[in-house]
Ligand binder design. Sequence first.
Ligand code: PLP
Length: 236
Amino acid sequence: MNIRNNIDTVTENIKRACESSGRSDDSVKLITVSKTKPLSDIYEASQAGITDFGENYVQEILEKYPLMPEGTRIHMIGHLQTNKVKKVIDKVCMIHSVDSVRLAEVISRETQKRGITMDILLEVNIADEPSKYGFAPQELIPSAILMLGFPKLRIKGLMTSAPITDDGEKNRIYFRRMSGLLSELRTAMSKTGIPLAELPSELSMGMTDDYEAAVMEGSTMVRVGTAIFGAREYNK
Ligand SMILES: *Cc1c(COP(=O)(O)O)cnc(C)c1O
């Protein structure tokens, strides 16, 4: 497993997907997903220029956070239970997986206590999969509007995990729907008086099997694990 080569390959593929869809390649951030992987892998990726790491589990974030390479940041991308918010709130730069109004409320309460602001993304269950967390598309906008009343939260955009597939092209339809939802959300929020520059603009979507398709449909953050660090083992 040559992490540096893998990063080069993924970066090259992102660049190509940007070119073929008329986007500039600095409009997509590569977040490498390091869940279950050792710190040595994170250091290797950091030396190859990676600054942003995605993690799913609170316990793992608590273990890795004090030892992360300088200049790197952790993104919380996994389901977050409300009772664990206070453990990670000061250790992550963004929470991608806000999947309920209740969770947003708890995050807001915690940021107010600490006098900080948290960037969040709202997770959407775009293919209506029973196994997945996230807002149903039709609940998204009313839920987001409710959250505007919660202090010290910034809704930066939307996040989704499309269905598992061996052909990323099949997920383009879902990524396209996500882009449409982001436009709808921007329109709804601008009607409440939020200035253009503060409207949500991020789309966190695309994983190992479908990140190129996601980029072609407007993703601004791809979350890639396996293609960089290799397959994960959960039963060690
Ligand atoms: C594990 C995970 C990823 C990375 O998946 P790969 O297929 O290994 O690239 C991305 N997003 C979320 C939410 C994940 O849980």
